[in-house]
Write a protein that binds this ligand. Structure first.
Ligand code: ATP
Ligand code: MG
Length: 258
C-alpha cells in the first residue's frame, strides 16, 4: 500500500460508554484508503464497538470519528442513508434472509439502496460470480454450507458498491479451510480497492495473513500485541506505533510482530 493514500477513517481519542460501562476508551488510529486491517483483542474489549462507531450506529461519548472526511457526529436523517451506502457489513452469524434465494438476498440489498430494477440482474450476476456463488443463485440459505452463507452475506455487502467492508468475526462459524477460502476472497476484494476492517479472535488467521493489526485490550488502554496490558500508554504512543508499523510493513503495516 502506498504511503500517499488518503486517510479514510480517523478515530481521535474516542471513548464510547453505555452508562457506566466503558465499551471503548481513548482510542486513536487512522486507516488509509485501500488498507486491510485486523482489529484484535479479548472478548468485551470493544472490537464490535469500533465497527458500530464506523457504521454510525453509535456515536462517541468523547472524541471524534471521521470517515471519508465526514465527522459522524454530523450524521442526520438526511445524510445517514447515503453514508451507510459507503459501507458493507458482514457478521459471524451471516444475517442472510432465510426465506429468499441467494439471488434474491442480493437483489433485496439493491432494492434497499434504490437501484432501478432493470439494473439488478446484471449487478447480482456479477457479484455472485465474484464470490463464486453463480451455481447456487436459486438456492435457499437452508441449502447452503456455512462458507457459502458467509459468501452470500459478503455478496449482499458488496452489492451496494461500498468503499469500506466491515467484518465482525466473519470466520467465527467457519472451519479452518472454509475460513481460509473467505480470507482469500476478502484479500481479492481488498486488492480491487475496498478498504477492509475485520474484527477477529482468530490468531491463526491474523498470523497467516500478515495485515496491520489494531489491538484493543479489555483494560480500556491501548496496547500492542505482545505487551503487558498494564503498560499504560497514552494516545500519542498509539498513533506513533501505528505509523511505525506502517513504515516497517509497507503492504499493510502490522503494528507489532509477535
Ligand atoms: N448496548 C450496550 N449496552 C451496554 N453495554 C454494552 C453495549 N454494547 C456493548 N457493551 C459493552 O461494551 C463492551 C465492549 O463490547 P464489544 O461488543 O465492543 O466487545 P467485543 O470486543 O466485540 O467482544 P467480543 O469479542 O465478545 O465480540 C463490553 O463490555 C460490552 O458488554
Ligand atoms: Mg464483538
Amino acid at each position: 500500500m502506498s504511503q500517499e493514500e488518503p486517510v479514510l477513517i480517523n478515530f481521535k481519542s474516542v471513548t464510547k460508554s453505555y452508562g457506566s460501562i466503558v465499551a471503548l476508551s481513548d482510542m486513536s488510529f487512522d486507516v488509509k484508503k485501500g488498507e486491510f486491517v485486523f482489529i484484535t483483542g479479548p472478548s468485551g474489549a470493544g472490537k464490535t464497538t469500533i465497527l458500530k462507531l464506523i457504521l454510525g450506529e453509535v456515536l462517541p461519548t468523547k472524541g471524534e470519528v471521521r470517515v471519508d472526511g465526514l465527522n459522524l457526529a454530523n450524521l442526520n436523517d438526511k445524510n445517514l442513508p447515503s453514508y451507510r451506502q459507503r459501507i458493507g457489513v458482514i457478521f459471524q452469524d451471516f444475517k442472510v434472509l432465510s426465506d429468499r434465494t441467494v439471488y434474491e438476498n442480493v437483489a433485496v440489498a439493491l432494492a434497499v439502496i434504490g437501484l432501478p430494477e432493470p439494473q439488478w440482474e446484471e449487478r447480482v450476476k456479477h457479484i455472485l460470480r465474484l464470490v463464486g456463488l453463480s451455481r447456487q443463485a436459486n438456492f435457499f440459505p437452508s441449502q447452503l454450507s456455512g462458507g457459502e452463507l458467509q459468501r452470500v452475506s459478503l455478496a449482499r455487502a458488496l452489492s451496494i458498491n461500498p468503499k469500506i467492508i466491515l467484518a465482525d468475526e466473519p470466520t467465527g462459524n467457519l472451519d479452518w479451510k472454509t475460513a481460509d477460502g473467505l480470507m482469500d476472497l476478502l484479500e481479492k476484494i481488498n486488492k480491487e480497492g475496498k478498504t477492509i476492517i475485520m474484527a477477529t479472535h482468530n490468531m491463526e488467521i491474523v498470523d497467516k495473513y500478515k495485515k496491520r493489526v489494531i489491538h484493543v485490550d479489555g483494560k480500556k488502554e491501548q496496547v500492542d500485541i505482545g505487551k503487558e496490558p498494564n503498560n499504560k500508554k497514552d494516545n500519542t504512543d498509539e498513533i506513533k506505533d501505528i505509523k511505525e508499523g506502517e513504515e516497517s510493513h509497507p503492504e499493510g503495516g502490522k503494528i507489532k510482530e509477535k
